[in-house]
Design a protein around this ligand. Structure first.
Ligand code: ADP
Length: 376
């Protein structure tokens, strides 16, 4: 848009008409003060500025404008009837003008200049925008790279912990076997088994991530009984964390169409997190009901919870709540995988949480076969 600043209404009107005839969008101001207000509010590509005006003159306006960040890329052309001497022209250029045209104005020449400056400034503006978005993109890459490095270091650490334990138990086993102490052998075997399970599930998660990245996460969908799945999962969780009571609410008595193992993986992820992030508590609620034509399942804990800010990102890859990441082990990928699984079932995943009071993770998936979300 072009801003014409002139205290003579006839000049404003005639110039506006000519420019509009050539499809320029034009705004006007009849004083320097009004021009400054408009420049603060709007973005102009070009300002055609009369030099002699009561109140602020054109030079003062140009100098004030040069301090506005908003008008950094705005071109200024001065128009002057009286001040045609070189020192005025020089002042015009030094106060930020691109050109200094003396009146009477040859409209054809002014138009040519306006068209040229407009084109140059428009191109310049576009180049700046492009540069800005390129810089942002580079930053975003850099950030992704940093996250990846951080992830590799956390993942190596997470994998090393159970591996070190297994090594320790195997050494102990050797000694107990030598002594012929079968009871201790069984105890150490059981502990090594738990650590191997951890290792197995960490590796499975890592493999899932790379399958998601390469679009190779496959689903084997068929009808299954969700109530049975929940009862089994509760049993398994009870064996590994007997201190927690998982209260099941609701009974759907219906079949769900989906990949049973993957849905089980999501429920286990919700429950494992509910236990992990709720130290000092001993109860978790698992609800399951039919909502419309979908299955709703939620896991509610009474643990550390999350603030509004923290829970915004929980389904993002590698995200872990910074404040608590030192206290709890994890890779920050479980919920990302869960959200991919639910999305690929045509469902929705979400969380409600209150900082210090607990969280409720849930998903809804359509009960019926849905061709759009069936695997190719
Ligand atoms: P991980 O637990 O391995 O870090 P997840 O993807 O399962 O990875 O969870 C991502 C983050 O979400 C966790 O690091 C934690 O900060 C937060 N979170 C997940 N579940 C809960 C929960 N039940 N209560 C509080 N915070 C949770």
């Amino acid at each position: 848009m072009i801003l014409i600043v002139d205290d003579t209404p006839e000049n404003l009107i005639s110039l506006k008409k000519v420019l509009e005839k050539y499809n320029f969008e034009v705004d006007t101001a009849s004083s320097g003060e009004e021009a400054l207000k408009k420049v603060l509010k709007n973005s102009y590509v070009l300002i055609i500025l009369d030099v002699q005006m009561p109140g602020m003159d054109g030079f003062e306006v140009a100098e004030a404008i040069s301090g506005y960040s908003k008008a950094k890329e705005t071109a200024i052309i001065f128009l002057s009837a009286a001040n045609t001497e070189f020192r005025f022209i020089a002042k015009g250029y030094s106060s930020g003008g691109l050109d200094y045209i003396t009146k009477p104005v040859d409209m054809n020449i002014l138009l040519l200049k306006v068209q040229t400056f407009y084109r140059i400034y428009e191109q310049n503006r576009k180049l700046n925008e492009m540069q800005k978005s390129l810089l942002e993109e580079i930053e975003f890459r850099k950030e992704a790279e940093r996250k990846k490095d951080e992830f590799i270091s956390i993942a190596s650490h997470e994998l090393k912990t159970p591996l070190t334990s297994v090594k320790g138990y195997v050494q102990l086993l050797e000694r107990s076997v030598d002594k012929g102490d079968t009871i201790t052998v069984k105890k150490h075997l059981g502990k090594a088994q738990v650590q191997l399970e951890k290792l197995n599930s960490l590796i499975a998660d890592l493999l899932d991530i790379s399958k998601i990245e390469s679009g190779k996460l496959k689903f084997n969908k068929q009808e299954f009984c969700i109530d049975e799945l929940i009862d089994n999962v509760i049993d398994v969780m009870h064996q590994s964390s007997p201190e927690f009571k998982i209260i099941k609410e609701g009974n759907t008595k219906c079949k769900v169409y989906g990949d049973e193992m993957r849905i089980e993986q999501v429920v286990i992820n919700f429950l494992t997190n509910a236990i992990k992030y709720s130290p000092g508590t001993s109860e978790i609620k698992l609800s399951c009901n039919i909502k419309g034509d979908g299955l709703f399942l939620s896991v509610k804990d009474y643990g550390i919870g999350m603030s509004e800010d923290q829970l915004k990102n929980v389904f993002e890859k590698f995200y872990r709540v910074e404040e608590t990441s030192q206290r709890f082990q994890g890779l920050g990928i479980g919920l990302y995988i869960a959200s991919e699984i639910i999305k690929r079932h045509g469902g929705e995943i979400g969380v409600n949480s209150t900082y210090g009071q607990g969280s409720e993770f849930y998903f809804i998936i359509p009960l019926k076969f849905n061709q759009d979300f069936d695997e190719l």
